[in-house]
Design a protein around this ligand. Structure first.
Ligand code: ZN
Ligand code: ZN
Length: 394
């Protein structure tokens, strides 16, 4: 085995060790105390990094390169989810009801790996590289928003990048796309107030369940009949709670759902489109309503030139046969907060394989990753750090 292969094996083992410790010790958003302490301790063992805590549970490592260049921000999210893990491997979660079911344990290990590589040869690194281990991606308004608005993290940043492991892509595949990549996940909450009564005499009541059912059906007309097919819009009513028993018409029904868009104009119009339907249906049947609409993360729109550089890096790093142009997804991501302040692009690294039984969807209690994807992530992000801070290639 050559020295380079030795080094590669050592890094692989280290990545797996980091990821497994994190997987065993998951913490949900804003509570990542042990996670942040662990990350900080690991970073402090790497020479040449300036390590700090921008917020209580986030960690920042800054490396000043030995060459002139730009300032890049690399981001990993570190939080877990309130899910009870059903995996039985020996590094499964040791905290009942909490689990790394989105791959953020992998993202953290990858960024630690990049920090290690960069700290080993700072003389070759252009510019300044900031590595942010971000808290609370899974909980709105999100850790990114706090870091962007409440700290100096983004001051002087020229470009941002980060990745998400993706169980629906084969391990080792890298996918990126310019432009709209992930949707804005907004929330709608609706209370329909009717008038309760005897189930045998609906004519004397105003039935909020029957009216709510019409609202749910009619809201799909917003999608199919008020918005062009070229404009992506999803309206999903995901909660409908009402009533107590078989012969009582209840007073109220509580509904909740998610509204997903890419286009900022359509996003602004969506609440009024939805309210028009709710108002019309409720008034037609004599009910009143309260509608609450909450804007979540912004849509994630990749900057074209950064996405193009990542495409070039992917082709050099994993080869053209393992590169894909990603499809946009209706999922949301608070990485979008960084893109409000600097150009950048987010990309996917496949983590699914039959060998590792890692094709379960994200947020599933059996979710896991093929650990070979950790190395792919490190190679991509390390190359991106060097290229994005270096002299322009075009
Ligand atoms: Zn997630
Ligand atoms: Zn995630």
């Amino acid at each position: 085995m050559t020295a380079t292969q030795d080094k590669g094996t050592a890094l692989r083992d280290q990545l797996v060790a980091w990821r497994r410790w994190l997987h065993m010790n998951p913490e949900v958003g804003f509570h990542e105390h042990e996670t942040a302490a662990y990350i900080e301790a690991e970073l402090r063992q790497m020479p040449g990094l300036l390590v700090s805590r921008p917020t209580e549970t986030s960690v920042l490592a800054v490396l000043q390169g030995g060459q002139p260049g730009r300032t890049a921000l690399l981001r990993a999210d570190i939080d877990a989810l309130p899910i009870h893990e059903e995996n039985t491997f020996d590094f499964a979660s040791q905290r009942p009801g909490v689990m790394h079911a989105c791959g953020h344990d992998g993202h953290t290990a990858i960024l630690l790996g990049v920090a290690k590589l960069l700290s080993e040869s700072p003389q070759d690194v252009p510019g300044e590289i900031r590595m942010i281990f971000q808290h609370a991606e899974e909980i709105g308004p999100g850790g990114a928003e706090e870091l962007v608005t409440q700290t100096t993290l983004m001051d002087g940043v020229d470009v941002v990048t980060g990745l998400h492991l993706n169980s629906q892509l084969p391990a080792g595949v890298v996918a990126v796309k310019p432009g709209p990549f992930m949707a804005a996940p907004d929330t709608v909450e609706l209370t329909i107030r009717g008038r309760g009564g005897h189930g045998a005499h609906p004519e004397e009541a105003v039935d909020p369940i029957a009216i709510g059912a019409q609202v749910v059906g009619n809201l799909q007309h917003v999608v199919s009949r008020h918005v062009g097919a070229q404009d992506a819009l999803v309206v999903s009513i995901t909660k409908f709670v009402s009533g107590t028993t078989h012969n009582v018409i209840p007073d109220t029904a509580e509904l909740m759902g998610t509204v997903r868009t890419f286009d900022p104009d359509l996003r602004q119009k969506a609440p009024a489109l939805i309210e028009r339907v709710v108002k019309g249906v409720c008034e037609a049947h004599g009910a009143t309503y309260e509608l609450r609409y909450e804007f979540g993360y912004r849509p994630l729109i990749n900057t074209d030139w950064v996405a193009e550089q990542l495409r070039e890096i992917a082709i050099e790093t994993v080869g053209p046969e393992r590169f894909q142009v990603s499809k946009p997804t209706m999922g949301g991501e608070d990485f979008s907060a960084y893109l409000e302040r600097a150009p950048g692009a987010y990309f996917n690294v496949g983590s699914g394989s039959d060998a590792a039984d890692s094709r379960w969807p994200h947020h599933h209690p059996r979710f896991t990753i093929d650990e070979a994807s950790l190395e792919t992530g490190v190679r991509m992000l390390h190359a991106a750090a060097l290229k994005l801070t270096g002299p322009p290639t075009t």
